[in-house]
Each structure stands twice: as structure tokens, then as C-alpha cells.
Design a protein around this ligand. Sequence first.
Ligand SMILES: C[S@@+](CC[C@H](N)C(=O)[O-])C[C@H]1O[C@@H](n2cnc3c(N)ncnc32)[C@H](O)[C@@H]1O
Length: 253
Amino acid sequence: MPDYYETAAQVNEYLVFHYANIEQTLRWEFGPHQAFGFHTRLAECIDSSQLSEKSRALDLGCAVGRTSFELSRYCSEVLGIDFSHSFIDTANNILNSGEIPLVLTREGQLGDAVTNTLPDGVHPERVSFLQGDAEALPGSIGRFDVITFANVLDRLPHPRVALDKLAEISNPGAQVVVCSPFTWWDEFTSPEERLGGFKRNGEDVTSHDSIVSALEDNFTLEATYDLPFLIREHERKYHFSIAQTSKWIRLEN
Ligand SMILES: C[S@@+](CC[C@H](N)C(=O)[O-])C[C@H]1O[C@@H](n2cnc3c(N)ncnc32)[C@H](O)[C@@H]1O
């Protein structure tokens, strides 16, 4: 579904997901408050003490850019790449203005327009955004010391192709974090291209196991995590997901 992430409604939903504070996101006393702040928690999977002064990060499938800005706290160069032109235009507007205009939808057309700003301590001057395809990355982007690849695999027509590229674009010792709730939809990934969620020869095939098979020749699996996240559709409807997360270290070969 190539246009799914191009609409104004998706742009706003992702601006709220990435940049709204917890009171703006979830005003109720009840609810999955631990799922707030996904992009900060994702960036914290990176061990900054292992990075040199000049470290390059790639946020693959960056959407409107929050993880890219979070990585700029300890990486000297951050590139965010996303397939959606609307998301990349929005991320570039944030980069240039430092302002994030978003609407906190209450019901239907009703909502509150607010303008947020980038969090303290990030370095926009280190960040750039590029429209591109995780399955066909340009060679000119070079290699990276940090890669985040969050919630994208189950939105790709050929997720294995994108996984295979990770070794080509990472430096020895690179920290690579891959995560997804593995919500496979026919509109994005045909059943035969999926990483998991089916039986083969009577055995369960999980997406995590397929990621391990795809990466284990070139990476060491350092850790696994379960990262919850919360996307607000409107004041009374949310999408609560738990991304199965694996952190990998690029081998020297
Ligand atoms: C579920 S969103 C996740 C966005 C972000 N990583 C996050 O966790 O907030 C999926 C993202 O993948 C992007 N995407 C889909 N197909 C892509 C492709 N072929 N290459 C790069 N990004 C893609 C979409 O535009 C969208 O921003």
C-alpha cells in the first residue's frame, strides 16, 4: 500500500506518536502509560559508551523523525530515511523550524491544535532526512555505527531483502536494533514473503526466528527486549503494540 503513509491524517497521527508529551497523548489516569516514550526507549537500546566521537547513525523507516533526533544526542551524524514523501517533508520542516505543529484529535473534526518543540539536548544540526526505500538503499549513504530499524519489516513487500542489506551498510562493531510487532497485512506483505506467523512442515515459524537466521552469519545477537508503544488515533482510541526487539553487533568479517 504505497500511499498509506502519505495522508494528512497519518502525518498527524505520527506527529502525536513521536512528539506529543504524555499528558497530550493519554489524558486518562488509567491506560498503558508504560507504552509512552517509545522512541526515547528505542534510542536508549544503544550503548553510547561504545561509540567513538565520530559515529554515524541510520534511522531506517524514520517516519517524522523522533528517533533520529534522539540518536543525535550521542552520534555526530544521523540520517533518517523513509519511503513516505509526506513524512520526510514533515521531518525536514521540523529540522528547519524546530517547531512541531500537531492536532490532538478529540472526536471527528474536533481537536486542539498545539505547537510543540524539539526536546532539550538533541542536535538538529547533526540530522538529515532522505526519502528512500529500505529495500533499495543508495550506495552513496555509506556505512553506519548505529542502525535503528523500527516497526518497518511488516510494512515491506520483501522484508528479507531489507534484512540482507543491514550487513552491507554497517561498520564492524556497529549496534543494530531491529524491532516490530509483526502485524502482517496482505496490503503490505504477501503471505509467501512474510518472515513468520505461519507453520512450515507442521512447525511454527516466528518472525524473530527468521530474523535470527537472516542476521546470525554477520552479527552477534546481544540482547532482546519487548518495547511497548502507543499510537493515539483520537482521545478515546489508541493502538497499543509491543515491538519484539533484538539488538545485534556487527562482526568483523
Ligand atoms: C509503522 S511505521 C514506523 C515508523 C517509525 N519507525 C516508528 O517506529 O515510529 C512504518 C514506517 O515505515 C515506512 N516505510 C514503509 N515502507 C518503507 C520502505 N520500503 N522503505 C523505508 N521506509 C518504509 C513508512 O513510511 C512508515 O514511516
